[in-house]
Design a protein around this ligand. Structure first.
Ligand code: SF4
Length: 170
């Protein structure tokens, strides 16, 4: 109503008829914890070190990456001015998004709709180690063999030097 009264036109809407000025961006795009997501710093448990430091809540089930709303911009919340759920340490549960809020598991990982962190950053979901590949084992064996060989040569030459030193001058 305010938009219409102020600008004398209806707002642009998305495919679900939501005004784009409020639902045009993902929560994840404007979130104050986003730098931690990009750097791979995640809270793993409520109350752990990362949670206390204000790290990203993705691994606790935050649905910000798949929820369109302006909560981080207007600091939406019922706990008073200057606070919103993610800001207080509670993962977004996607209440504005059809098929997410009240539907998806509360701690289920969100789908990353727009971005994935660069490959140089730690992975969102760590894979279990599968052991060394044959090629990696061959390289490691080669490096180890070369190191042992160099050590043996060094030991021999040190031995020869000390034998020479121990001979009495004639
Ligand atoms: S996953 Fe959630 S807490 Fe992390 S940056 Fe995105 S919106 Fe913020």
């Amino acid at each position: 109503m305010l938009y219409f009264l102020t600008l004398n036109k209806l707002p642009e809407v998305d495919e679900q008829k939501r005004p784009k000025f409020a639902y045009g961006r993902l929560i994840h795009e404007n979130c104050e914890r986003r730098a931690h997501f990009d750097a791979g710093r995640f809270a793993i448990d409520f109350g752990d070190d990362g949670h206390r430091k204000g790290w990203c809540l993705y691994k606790l089930g935050c649905k910000g990456p798949e929820t369109y709303a302006n909560c981080p911009a207007v600091l939406f919340g019922d706990v008073g001015p200057g606070a919103w759920p993610v800001g207080t340490g509670a993962p977004c549960f996607g209440c504005t998004e059809k098929g997410i809020g009240f539907t998806k598991g509360i701690h289920q990982l969100a789908e990353l709709k727009t971005v994935t962190p660069p490959v140089t950053f730690p992975k969102i979901v760590e894979e279990k180690g599968t052991g060394m590949t044959v090629a990696a084992a061959a390289v490691a064996a080669g490096v180890l063999g070369a190191a042992l060989g160099a050590g043996a040569v060094a030991m021999r030459s040190m031995g020869a030097e000390s034998e020479g030193e121990s001979e009495a001058p004639k």
